[in-house]
Design a protein around this ligand. Structure first.
Ligand code: NDP
Length: 395
């Protein structure tokens, strides 16, 4: 048992899939960690349930119309937890001196501000919110470097690469980084087959249990595209040293090839608690609740090239990364609007890449040297894509 006080962990996106996994790992180590801040978007009842279970110092609901319900619910439960509303409260709480670790697990570009605040405050940042790196990767990594923040990627692929890269001394020793992709629920289907797929089919991921947005991103392969851009920022490698391999078993989480011919991979069962335990404990290894991998039970490990004809989102992300500047922000924003419309049943599956492609064509990449420029590109792409939805609405 440690004699030190437990480290205070802010869990942003606590009511989501990553939030649940993070709270599960934290609860396994009450002597080492405690959830000191819990934050959600609008699901105030789920947030209250989590507050009763974890007794944080602060609870934040982003939707400020729900503040009174949060305050009254905490008071009715007899909790000393302080209620807050609005995204600005998050930026303040993650930067406070008594916050040690931040789990950034808000979905979408809405997570950027708190991710940046944690990076600027020099925190250990367990970064699941890949969209913040796609939108403003240089700003986030520069802020982290300047303030001495430790970014530990939570995406299983990047967490695997983070672990494999510990065996190198210099960047030039890395020949290639290969991100693995499950291929999603529609692997092997032709483009024509994808025209009629439903929301329910798209969110039913064969290997991972995840929130709805990332599940659709996995089905379109946009998730892998966003991850390529994320890897570029996290590991400082260009497009020419990044690759994608489809690996349907989702046991090899990614690979790093070195100049001496060695390839290292990290393997494990598909459960995000492993990445979160790495993020919390690193460089120590702590129990995550995830069982070991028995390869005799999983003797087949298969790999194939991604089909960018049927899944053009991966190609669009490669192109946006190559174009640089505001292009990844436009890609991400158009995708968020399109996925949200698909999840609401307003557009078909194939409209997602079409809308992203239209946004990239209409808003050519411009230099992006400030957050204002990136946020303006994000807003422009959202408006444009909202307007373009009209041409794609399902009958
Ligand atoms: P979920 O949809 O399950 O959860 C999203 C969380 O974000 C919820 O707590 C939600 O609150 C909160 N949220 C949404 N909008 C806002 C907002 N405006 N302000 C504050 N909080 C908000 O998503 P996931 O957990 O699946 O994914 C979270 C992030 O992690 C994404 O960026 C995803 O790409 C990444 N990721 C997820 C993986 C997974 O296995 N799930 C794997 C790798 C990365 P509420 O419930 O109130 O709406």
């Amino acid at each position: 048992m440690s004699t030190l006080a437990p480290r205070n962990v802010a869990v942003l996106g606590a009511t989501g899939s990553i939030g649940a996994s993070a709270l599960d790992v934290i609860a396994r180590h009450p002597d080492r960690y405690r959830a000191s801040v819990l934050a959600a978007g609008c699901n105030v009842e789920a947030l209250l349930t989590l507050c009763i279970a974890h007794r944080p110092d602060h609870a934040v609901i982003a939707d400020d119309t729900l503040y009174a319900r949060l305050r009254d619910g905490l008071s009715d439960a007899g909790l000393a937890t302080q209620p807050h509303a609005g995204m600005e409260a998050l930026d303040t709480l993650v930067a406070a001196p008594d916050c040690d670790v931040v789990v950034a697990a808000i979905v979408g570009a809405a997570g950027l501000s708190s991710t940046l605040a944690a990076a600027r405050a020099g925190k250990r940042l367990l970064l699941a919110n890949k969209e913040s790196l796609v939108l403003a990767g240089e700003l986030v990594t520069e802020a982290a470097d300047a303030a001495g923040a430790e970014i530990i990627p939570i995406d299983s692929e990047h967490n695997a690469i983070f672990q494999c890269l510990r065996s190198r001394q210099a960047q030039a020793e890395v020949k290639r980084i290969v991100l693995t992709a499950s291929g999603g629920p529609f692997r092997g289907r032709s483009r024509a087959d994808l025209a009629q797929v439903t929301r329910e089919q798209a969110v039913a991921h064969p290997k991972w249990s995840m929130g709805p947005k990332i599940s659709v991103d996995s089905a379109t392969l946009m998730n892998k595209g966003l991850e390529l851009i994320e890897a570029h920022h996290l590991f400082g490698v260009g497009r020419e040293r990044l690759d994608v391999l489809v690996h349907p078993q989702s046991l090899v989480h990614s690979l790093v090839e070195f100049v001496d011919g060695s390839t290292l991979a990290q393997l494990g069962l598909p459960d995000m608690r492993t990445s979160l335990a790495v993020g919390l404990g690193w460089p120590a290894r702590i129990d995550s609740g995830v069982g070991g991998l028995d390869l005799l039970k999983h003797p087949r490990l298969e790999f194939e090239a991604p089909d960018t004809e049927a899944f053009p989102c991966l190609r669009l992300a490669w192109d946006a990364m190559a174009a640089g500047g505001t292009a990844p922000a436009v890609l991400n924003a158009a995708n968020e609007v399109a996925v949200s419309a698909f999840l609401q049943g307003r557009i078909g599956f194939l409209s997602i890449p079409a809308l992203v492609e239209d946004a990239l064509a209409a808003l050519p990449a411009a230099p992006a040297d400030s957050l204002e420029v990136l946020l303006a590109a994000d807003a422009q792409a959202r408006q444009l894509t909202e307007r373009n939805l009209a041409g794609h609405l399902s009958p």
